[in-house]
Design a protein around this ligand. Structure first.
Ligand code: F6P
Length: 321
């Protein structure tokens, strides 16, 4: 394989640039021509290719975001637009496409491979950690560390004013950002879309904390938990008699310099993607299991179901006041 392309798709995540750098540098080292597709599948449809050199990816490993831009592409759902994308890849004689993105982006890669026959590779680029085949996704570690920093800052003011705070984090269908930041941040409660915790349980926990002399509870809520943060706070205020504040971290979690772990994960995945192409292996989902970078059949990987680490979820409350 001598001519490949790489794109980033869906929500951006810290580490995407490190993966792009690894693909370009490893590929060019082995005499491949590497093209970037700008703006994800939108750029593939609109023929937005850029020939990359080793210099193109200088000084990006430590930057969040993606230098080749990303997008969510509703147009890619139409076969007609997908055929345009395939024709653009064929026109440039691209022999393999590396897609860096989340669930939807990797499903798009699988569809592209099935319909066009063009080999693909999927890299897990999303802060959500919602790809079951890999223990961790590129950007998740950085996002959780961003939330941890926010928790400690909010805890300072929450405790000073003896009031509770609900911290809303990203994660529509997967509560891992809430779960791991709550567990590592010593939160009093974690609310995730996978577990329909009744609000009364949270009220009871906050009341117990107040009774035990600790007036400031920190509650981490994933945006996908079915009760809105506003309604949760209203209930807590009414039933505990306490002032409760809301901090929505939103897009803070998507930016920032990737951590060491994310840089290593992203670089490992980018290198393996190109190495597998070199060996004539393709249509694989690349990730990390038990600390080692690995790969699975793309279709099988996307069919795997993720599950919440229930023991972690339960221990957040066991270990809090
Ligand atoms: O998929 C990653 C993610 O950050 C989710 O956690 C979040 O709900 C979503 O993207 C936000 O999407 P957008 O950037 O399109 O608003």
């Amino acid at each position: 394989m001598k001519r490949i392309a790489v794109l980033t798709s869906g929500g951006d995540s810290p580490g995407m640039n490190a993966a792009i750098r690894a693909v370009v540098r490893y590929g060019t080292h082995y005499d491949m021509e590497v093209f970037a597709v700008h703006r994800g599948y939108e750029g593939l449809i609109d023929n937005e290719f850029e020939k990359m050199s080793r210099r193109s990816v200088a000084d990006i490993i430590h930057h969040g975001g993606t230098i080749i831009k990303t997008a969510r592409s509703a147009r890619f759902h139409d076969r007609e637009n997908r055929e345009k994308a395939y024709a653009n890849l064929r026109k440039l004689k691209i022999e393999g496409l590396i897609v860096i993105g989340g669930n939807g982006s990797l499903a798009g890669a699988q569809l592209l491979a099935e319909e066009s026959g063009i080999p693909v590779m999927g890299l897990p680029g999303t802060i959500d950690n919602d790809l079951a085949y890999t223990d961790v996704t590129i950007g998740f570690d950085t996002a959780v560390n961003t939330v941890l920093d926010a928790i400690s800052k909010i805890r300072d003011t929450s405790s000073s004013h003896e009031r509770s705070t609900v911290i809303e984090v990203m994660g529509r269908h997967c509560g891992d950002i809430a779960l791991y930041s709550g567990y590592a941040g010593g939160a009093d409660f974690v609310l995730v879309p996978e577990v329909l915790t009744p609000v009364d349980e949270v009220v009871k926990k906050v009341k117990q904390s107040i009774k035990s002399g600790k007036a400031h509870s920190i509650i981490i809520k994933a945006e996908g938990y079915p009760v809105s943060s506003e309604d949760l706070i209203k209930e807590l205020k009414e039933k505990t008699g306490q002032d409760v504040k809301l901090a929505v971290l939103a897009y803070l979690q998507r930016g920032g310099a990737p951590t060491f772990r994310d840089r290593v994960l992203a670089t490992d995945c980018g290198v393996l993607a190109v190495e597998l192409f070199r060996q004539g292996i393709y249509n694989r989902a690349i990730g990390q299991v038990d600390g080692k970078v690995t790969h699975f059949d793309l279709a099988e990987a996307l069919a795997m179901k993720s599950s919440l680490r229930v023991e972690l979820f339960n221990n957040v409350s066991v270990l809090s006041m």
